[in-house]
Write a protein that binds this ligand. Structure first.
Ligand SMILES: [Zn+2]
Length: 198
């Protein structure tokens, strides 16, 4: 895990500002990697449902399924998505929009995948209508990929508000995130119980 975060070349491209959230390569390579090495973030394998990976803000645990494959670009993208949740938790920004938190994670994943696959130039700049917000989340992926490809193609650091708003709206309207209105962000503070079970 630490080797992936420190050594993967494509993470260098994960660098953007989305509303008030700033994401940069060192947040993965140093902040998350060192927190894992220290044990402030624990690695587990108890993922929810069929996810390849998940992150628990209350226990500071990064869950990676035993079936996850570190040499698969797809799985690397999912792991990077979860590490993005860890980054936002480590910033101790307090209770904030879970929809925005997810949008930032999807966008980070899209920057990573677009850079890995090298298709930023080939990705057409077409807005994705809300009707494409399919159950499997491909509408969110597609829009995140469009925004990331545009930013990489044009070398833009700040994500335009209309793009940010559309991505957040797609997350908000997706059934999977119905209960994701608010996420905590408290760095490594844990309740007594969460300390016991982690
Ligand atoms: Zn997520």
């Amino acid at each position: 895990m630490v080797r992936f975060l420190k050594g993967n070349a494509a993470i260098t491209a994960v660098n953007f500002k989305f509303r008030g959230y700033k994401i940069w390569p060192g947040a993965y390579r140093t902040d998350v990697a060192d927190a894992i090495a220290r044990g402030d973030i624990k690695i587990g394998s108890a993922v929810n449902r069929n996810a390849a990976a998940s992150y628990r803000q209350d226990q500071d645990r990064l869950e990676i399924a035993p079936t996850a494959n570190f040499s698969s670009t797809h799985d690397q993208g999912l792991i990077l998505h979860e590490c993005t949740h860890a980054i936002l938790d480590m910033r101790a920004i307090g209770t904030h929009s879970g929809f925005e938190d997810e949008a930032v994670a999807y966008l980070a994943q899209a920057f990573f995948l677009t850079q890995t696959l090298g298709d930023a130039r080939a990705t057409p700049d077409i807005p994705v209508p809300l009707s494409e917000n399919t159950k499997n989340g491909s509408g969110i992926y597609q829009e995140a990929k469009r925004i990331a490809a545009k930013a990489l193609r044009t070398g833009t650091y700040g994500i335009e508000e209309k793009d940010a708003a559309n991505l957040v709206l797609l997350v908000t309207r997706h059934p999977h995130y119905q209960d994701a209105g608010e996420y905590p962000s408290n760095r490594f503070r844990r309740t007594f119980l969460n300390n016991l079970v982690r």
